[in-house]
Design a protein around this ligand. Structure first.
Ligand code: EPU
Length: 427
């Protein structure tokens, strides 16, 4: 098993490049199923969730060709199957996008219940509500979600909760469905807009993405396209927090500063200096960091996917901070690991009370999910001494080559393989 070994204490300095957004890429790749002409997708992040998405497409019968390290040409002309088996789907949450994409393509989809980070109950009732509103029948057949529609038609969808996945899935299923589909109480994240822009570049008619009402007028045909995935605002935010936690001075490049606003605003309140440029932000720290209150909420609120990283920063700030998780049932599982590093955090249900100690110490820890792992990397970079992080496969689901990127700005971090894996690789 691989682990990250971090020798903390270096101030991060220099320039770091952000990759394409995971949560956009994992929807855009299945979306290609809605088109029989080849599509080229650029700025695809080098992460394991993307590899799984591409493998599922290949298993369904698509041709997948890597043109450059971050660019793929995909042709779905040869796809005949509508079934994504357990072995593939269980590995990531985003496998649910194959439901909407396959249903929109053929009126049929069979996808195993999705996996993903353990963040508490992760129902998909709103996804099914959307498919049903378009005329599909759904059932759970021995762990496989089975969708079937003789003929899909446009419909009215009102989500009971704001949900990223169901909003994207409703767009995927509706885009080639005759008539008008109206999605109300839609999620507004940048990746929702990116999926709409991608589909529109193929000839779709989607309006209102980025607001809470999205209108999709079905078109009969989508053509091929070349499209570049938006930058990952969570990867950018993670680097911004890492710079601040180490008292560094870092230019985070290749971002859309507008997408970072909820993160930027909070970091400034904590005492971090942030200068915005057209496609970069400079993050630097002069004075002390101070306490803050944070509540995670759907966009444009503070993103839940930055909660563990910001909580880590607040362990280094003066005073007592309150962090409330407003999206997921359980997103404080990483707190035990931070406590091993000397953090003073009390958790009561969805609220964490963080008493800033100003310092952390290196320790052996485990990543329990993707963003928890990112938080531990930040903690390790800021801590005195050596931190070893196990279970880094969680981190590699969403951060491509993070150790190389962080080394480029002075982080003392390396990936170490324990003997059995190292031997297997050598053979
Ligand atoms: N929800 C329902 N029913 C549904 C769907 C969602 O009750 O049918 C609830 C969830 O339980 C949750 C809330 O609605 O309490 C929001 O869930 P959402 O559907 O928005 O989350 P998701 O689509 O499963 C995506 C990201 C997550 C990110 C959330 C919120 C992907 C693949 N995943 O998940 O990303 O936390 O949106 O922004 O896009 C991560 O990247 O670390 C990550 C977990």
């Amino acid at each position: 098993m691989d682990k990250f070994v971090i020798r903390g204490g270096n101030r991060l300095m220099g320039e770091i490049q952000v990759s394409g957004a995971k949560n956009a890429a994992v929807a855009l790749i299945p979306a290609v199923l809605l088109c029989d002409e080849p599509c080229v997708i650029e700025n695809v992040p080098d992460i394991s969730d993307v590899s799984i998405c591409l493998r599922i497409l290949y298993e369904l019968g698509a041709e997948v060709e890597m043109l450059k390290s971050d660019t793929y040409r995909i042709s779905c002309k040869g796809v005949r199957s509508f079934s994504v088996p357990y072995e593939s789907a269980k590995q990531m949450r985003a496998s649910y996008y194959f439901l909407g994409a396959l249903l929109g393509r053929t009126g049929r989809a069979r996808v195993s219940m999705p996996g993903g980070c353990p963040l508490g109950d992760r129902p998909i009732d709103q996804h099914l509500k959307a498919f049903n509103a378009l005329g599909a029948n759904s059932c759970n057949d021995h762990g496989m979600i089975d969708l079937h529609a003789d003929k899909l038609r446009g419909g009215q969808i009102y989500f009971d909760v704001v949900t990223v996945g169901a909003t994207m899935n409703a767009m995927l299923a509706a885009v080639k469905t005759e008539g008008l589909t109206i999605i109300e109480n839609a999620a507004k994240e940048p990746h929702i807009v990116d999926l709409a822009n991608f589909l529109n570049s193929m000839g779709a008619d989607i309006r209102g993405a980025g607001t809470d009402v999205i209108k999709v007028r079905g078109v009969s045909y989508l053509h091929g396209t070349t499209y570049s995935v938006i930058p990952d605002q969570i990867e950018a935010g993670t680097f911004m927090v890492a710079a601040a936690a180490t008292g560094g001075d870092v230019l985070v490049k290749g971002v859309i500063p507008k997408h970072l606003e909820p993160i930027t605003k909070k970091m400034r309140k904590i005492g971090v200096n942030i200068d915005e440029y057209d496609d970069a932000v400079r993050v630097w720290v002069e004075g002390p960091l101070v306490k803050a209150s944070i509540k995670t909420q759907p966009h444009p609120g503070f993103p839940t996917d930055m909660q563990p990283q910001m909580a880590t920063l607040l362990t280094l700030a003066e005073g007592t901070s309150i962090v409330t998780e407003g999206v997921w049932e359980q997103r404080f599982r990483y707190v035990d690991e931070l406590r091993r590093m000397g953090a003073d955090i009390a958790v009561n249900d969805k609220v964490a009370i963080i008493t800033g100690t100003g310092k952390l110490m290196g320790a052996p820890v485990k990543a329990c999910d993707l963003r928890a792992g990112a938080a531990l990397i930040i903690a390790g970079l800021a801590a005195h001494g050596v931190t070893e992080i196990e279970d880094i496969h969680h981190i590699e689901r969403g951060y491509g080559n993070i150790e190389t990127k962080l080394r480029g700005i002075g982080g003392d971090i390396c990936k170490v393989s324990t003997p059995p894996t190292a031997m297997k690789k050598a053979l």
